[in-house]
Ligand binder design. Structure first.
Ligand code: GLC
Length: 580
């Protein structure tokens, strides 16, 4: 369980992977029903780290407004911001104390309104993060709830009266003791917190709680937001009798902790009350523990949510040993085939909860950083599903890799350290894993230029800037036609211009090739072949002879590639061909 503290992606990795749907046969019709959110390319911004406008070392909304021309220049047409609501910041905004206010450090509602209208002017849509599996313990609801057992807000949360004995064990993902029930002497009862003690779980069984959530979402939809990212949503419906966990439950945590009996009732209600009333979409963080679960969340015929993101791809390589390309291929191929006809997925290799994409799946050495980062962006932008690009990955930003626990800011890192010490665990191993897997790796300030603190702030940044900012920064990359940044822009445009990359069928080629991930995308007579060398070795591949009239459309490396049916790919080379 200890590694759970390292990477949040691991939270979701216990689900069984045995329910693989059959590959679609050739008569299956791919998921081609068109909608704007399928055609979007989403840019994720961690607002604390993007651009500080007032010198307090923390990014803010005015900073984002300053950089909207840059965001537009990327070609992306939607932005998702991590939570920006009032929060005591135990978990950097994922602990909300007021759902209708902006966090002081980030600005105020006027800034928000301006940011949204400036985005819309540029044709960029906006996704709001909605964190309603839990609130902050400093939210008014919780302050009331813990006052007395007969307080009107008591049932907004899950309480277990102490006279019933100790509640059955539940694991907390963020607690230094690993306990999800916290005793509160004021009313002699325990409250539930799947995440930290400062993030009590809301009780979705209570219709008043659900109504509050719908009202909050309507408040933001009325303001004009275009989408909602539903945080930790698979956990909202739980078996609230909290029975003892069966042996081996760790293998499928989600089944016992979330995806509860009423989830679909609530989702239909949410859809009826909010989603169907506006031109918005909702994406669920997490996708249950089986393909049936995942489908049931986003199957268009069910009128619940529109999109899900699963963690299987992120779970690959969550250890110092790295990963095998075969695992990555298997995950993306089985998920794609499971969603070939119904439902819709997001495609991403990084976010604020996991290491930097290039450090994890590519190669962050100076020699290969740029090539591998471009290759990974080629992957994200040529798969079926809506691509999510994490800020800084367009530049090839890398893990910072802290050495000492005092450098970390993340609650998961700090509490995990304490837990490892408490349990007499291997602290050296923990620190080595943290260096690679910590969430802080992906949260360092955006690198704008080679001035002090990379132009992120005039003050002291809340998290240090990565040392490589002198070379890896927007200003330098903007000028270099071969930079990661300019390649990213080209690739975003390329995806926007080629609907086959959005809707076309995906087929894996050479499943056993150890270095090259090869696949085709096909829609009608539009056909593309994508070849990605995931290794630092040259790799050869023989293009199937039935592919005619091959034409090279994209190459992430400036070098000319020997063309012909026998191809040699340079380390981390990415090539896209059209063919007939
Ligand atoms: C989600 C967020 C993560 C947060 C957690 C608790 O997994 O992505 O950053 O810590 O939920 O809200």
């Amino acid at each position: 369980m200890k590694t759970l503290f390292i990477s949040l992606a691991l939270i979701f990795c216990f689900s069984t992977y045995n329910e693989i749907l059959a590959q679609p046969d050739s008569s299956d019709i791919p998921n081609t029903q068109k909608t704007w959110w399928k055609e979007a390319v989403i840019y994720q911004i961690y607002p604390r780290s993007f651009k500080d406008s007032d010198g307090d070392g923390v990014g803010d909304l005015k900073g984002i407004i300053e950089k909207l021309d840059y965001i537009e220049s990327l070609g992306v047409n939607m932005v998702w911001l991590n939570p920006i609501y009032s929060s005591p910041n135990a978990d950097n905004g994922y602990d909300i104390s007021n759902y209708r206010e902006i966090m002081d450090e980030f600005g105020n509602m006027e800034d928000f309104d301006l940011m949204l209208s400036e985005m819309h002017k540029r044709g960029i849509k906006f996704v709001m993060d909605v964190v309603v599996n839990h609130s902050s313990d400093e939210h008014r609801w919780f302050k009331e709830s813990r006052k007395s057992r007969d307080n009107p807000y008591r049932d907004y949360y899950h309480w277990w009266p102490a006279e019933k004995g100790e509640p059955n064990y539940r694991y907390s993902l963020f607690d230094p003791k690993g306990e999800a029930w916290k005793y509160d002497s004021k009313t002699n009862a325990y409250y539930l917190h799947y995440f930290s003690q400062k993030q009590p779980d809301l009780n979705w069984e209570n219709p008043k709680v659900r109504q509050e959530v719908y009202d909050i979402m309507k408040f933001w939809a009325e303001k004009g937001v275009d989408g909602f990212r539903l945080d930790a949503f698979q956990f909202v419906s739980k078996d609230t009798s909290f029975p003892p966990l069966p042996k081996g439950y760790e293998k499928d945590v989600i089944k016992y902790y979330g995806m509860g009996p009423n989830l679909h009732k609530y989702l239909k209600e949410l859809n009826r009350e909010v989603l169907s009333q506006y031109d918005v979409f909702a994406v669920s963080e997490g996708a249950g523990s089986t393909f049936e679960d995942a489908h049931s969340l986003v199957d268009a015929d069910r009128n619940e949510l529109q999109m899900a993101y699963h963690f299987k791809g992120m779970d690959v390589g969550n250890s110092l040993e790295g990963y095998k390309l075969s695992e990555l291929k298997e995950v993306y191929t089985t998920w794609d085939s499971a969603f070939a006809k119904k439902g819709w997925l997001s495609i991403f290799l990084a976010n604020h909860d996991v290491p930097r994409m290039v450090s994890k799946f590519g190669n962050d050495s100076p020699e290969f950083r740029a090539a591998s980062s471009k290759m990974l962006n080629t992957f994200i932008l040529t798969m079926r599903g809506t691509p999510y690009c994490y800020y800084g990955d367009e530049l090839g930003m890398t893990n910072i890799g802290f050495d000492s626990i005092s450098q970390y800011q993340d609650i998961v890192a700090k509490n995990g350290y304490e837990k490892t010490l408490n349990e007499g665990g291997d602290i050296e191993k923990y620190m080595a894993e943290l260096k690679f897997l910590s969430r802080d790796n992906a949260r360092t300030p955006m690198q704008w230029n080679d001035s002090e603190h990379a132009g992120f702030t005039t003050g002291t940044p809340w998290l240090p800037v990565n040392d490589n900012y002198k070379e890896v920064n927007v200003e330098a990359e903007d000028k270099d036609p071969n930079s990661c940044l300019n390649y990213f822009r080209e690739m975003v445009n390329f995806r926007m211009e080629n609907p086959v990359l959005v809707y076309g069928a995906y087929e894996l080629l050479f499943p056993d090739h150890k270095q090259v991930y090869a696949y085709t995308r096909q829609m009608g007579d539009k056909k593309m072949l994508i070849l990605l060398n995931f290794s630092k070795e040259e790799s050869s591949i023989e293009i199937p002879s039935e592919m005619k009239e091959l034409q090279l459309l994209k190459n992430n490396l400036p070098e000319v590639t020997k063309q012909g049916l026998d191809l040699t790919l340079a380390p981390y080379q990415a090539l896209i061909f059209s063919y007939r």
